[in-house]
Write a protein that binds this ligand. Structure first.
Ligand SMILES: Cc1cc2nc3c(=O)[nH]c(=O)nc-3n(C[C@H](O)[C@H](O)[C@H](O)COP(=O)(O)OP(=O)(O)OC[C@H]3O[C@@H](n4cnc5c(N)ncnc54)[C@H](O)[C@@H]3O)c2cc1C
Length: 423
């Protein structure tokens, strides 16, 4: 295949697609366009080492900086794509110029979800939230520049109020403690990490934070954010109040589908793609956090928001563009690092699933496997990377698991499917 492939978004999905096109022998032109000024970097470090200010720049990069030139990939940074026109096959840039393409990949990622305007609009924020100095106290976190702005604000103000006790909120709380900040976390849910982990893990995380001086307040219905001099005050429905110099809003993210929507592509919680990452427009593909991909086995579209999924999709879409067979699918998985504890999670866990615990969640050394009618569907581990790999394998095989054997620490987790007669 020859011609020109244009990739919008130089995150891990876009960058991996570009690299895979070359390693799979594509000799045509590749143009990788990224709005951020930095070469593709490891976004998970944003809430960890980059926010802490401990990351060496070159270690944050996805590839050494000369990689793009030596692989003949035209990397254009600080380049915002304004619109796409699938009819003639054009990408329009902010400076008014256009680039033609034979195939286009949208790897535009996701954006942080903002507080509803009824909470953060100047009408409900007393003390002039509409003014720039108050608005500048409310941060979101997606990229390196956000991390640098947040670290500077923490350094100036010394205290941080985090709205959202999900993965990013909890990680930032831990990192900000390391920076010496006073930290408070609020969440509307009943416990931290509610979206990815069962309550027992949330309870462990809450205690881990409490032991490190961070209070996580849950079941909080926020009524407003007020600015009082150099303090921001969050007001709960019961008129309870929490104050800090700086606020981080970490309430999840939304897929960045703006280019796709404006061009009339089918979008529903992400840019809809088939199993081969093809959108509803000919020659246009999508992958990563921005894409909602059809899962033929389950008969539904799914959107993932994990580093490894975005990387696998980058490789997958490149293979698809080249007409190569797909690589075997992987169970979606992610991780979180808080106060040095590695929490890993994979698959799905529903409230109705049976949970089998190996080790001790309370002491931060455990595997919690979710079984649905005896079949392994999801896992969370704390500080058990080897068991995590074994559990992912069980989930990938939809293995029927013997729950008694599974709970027996004397048996390797990898063997419990065999014990129940499955392999
Ligand atoms: C703070 C943070 C911490 C995380 N930690 C973890 C973790 O520990 N483990 C884990 O598994 N996952 C983690 N994630 C999630 C993971 O980083 C994402 O799932 C992954 O980066 C998604 O990759 P992507 O390439 O699809 O999108 P992104 O990384 O969002 O990249 C998309 C790129 O496209 C660019 N772009 C968008 N629109 C345009 C346009 N119009 N023109 C030009 N460029 C454009 C954006 O600027 C961006 O650079 C974390 C995410 C964040 C924000």
């Amino acid at each position: 295949m020859t011609g020109r492939i244009v990739i919008v978004g130089a995150g891990v999905a876009g960058a991996t697609a570009a690299r895979t096109l070359r390693t799979e022998g594509y000799t045509g032109e590749i143009i990788l366009l990224g709005a951020e000024p930095e070469p593709p970097y490891r976004r998970p470090m944003v809430s960890k080492e980059i926010l802490a200010g401990t990351a060496e720049d070159r270690r944050t990069l996805l590839q050494p900086s000369e990689f793009w030139r030596t692989h003949d990939i035209e990397l254009r940074l600080g380049t915002l794509v304004e619109s796409i026109d699938p009819g003639p096959g054009l990408v329009w840039l902010e400076d008014g110029s256009a680039i033609g393409y034979d195939n286009l990949l949208l790897a535009t990622g996701a954006r942080p979800r903002r507080l509803p305007s009824t909470l953060s609009g100047s009408a409900t924020i007393r003390g002039g939230f509409g003014d720039a100095s108050a608005a500048a106290r409310v941060h979101v976190l997606r990229g390196r520049a956000d991390a640098e702005a947040l670290r500077a604000a923490i350094g100036r103000g010394g205290s941080l109020l985090i709205v959202g006790a999900g993965l990013i909120g909890c990680e930032v709380a831990a990192t900000a403690r390391g920076l010496g900040a006073e930290v408070t976390v609020l969440d509307a849910a009943g416990g931290p990490l509610e979206r990815v982990a069962p309550r027992m893990i949330g309870d462990f995380v809450r205690k881990l934070h409490a032991d490190n001086g961070v209070a996580i307040h849950t079941d909080v219905r926020l009524r407003g954010l007020e600015c009082h001099g150099d303090r921001m005050v969050a007001v709960g429905a019961a008129d309870n109040r929490w104050a800090a110099a700086t606020v981080l809003v970490a309430i999840g993210s939304v897929p960045d589908t703006r280019l796709a929507e404006a061009a009339g592509l089918v979008v529903a919680d992400g840019i809809r793609v088939d199993e081969c990452y093809r959108t509803s427009a000919a020659g246009v593909y999508a992958a990563g956090d921005a894409a909602s991909r059809f899962d033929a086995a389950a008969g539904v579209h799914r959107r993932e928001e994990h580093w490894n999924s975005a990387q696998a999709q980058g490789a997958g879409v490149a293979r698809s563009m080249l007409g190569l067979p797909p690589l075997p699918g992987e169970v979606a998985w992610g991780w979180s690092l808080q106060y040095g504890r590695n929490i890993q999670f994979a698959g799905t866990i529903r409230a109705s699933d049976e949970l089998v615990v190996r080790g001790s969640v309370e002491s931060g050394d455990a595997t919690v496997l979710a079984l649905r009618e005896g079949v392994a569907t999801g896992v969370v581990t704390i500080a058990r990377p080897a068991e995590f790999r074994a559990a992912r394998d069980l989930i990938g095989r939809a293995a029927q698991v013997d729950r008694v054997a599974c709970a027996d620490e004397a048996l390797p987790l990898g063997s419990v499917a065999e014990l129940s007669g499955q392999s």
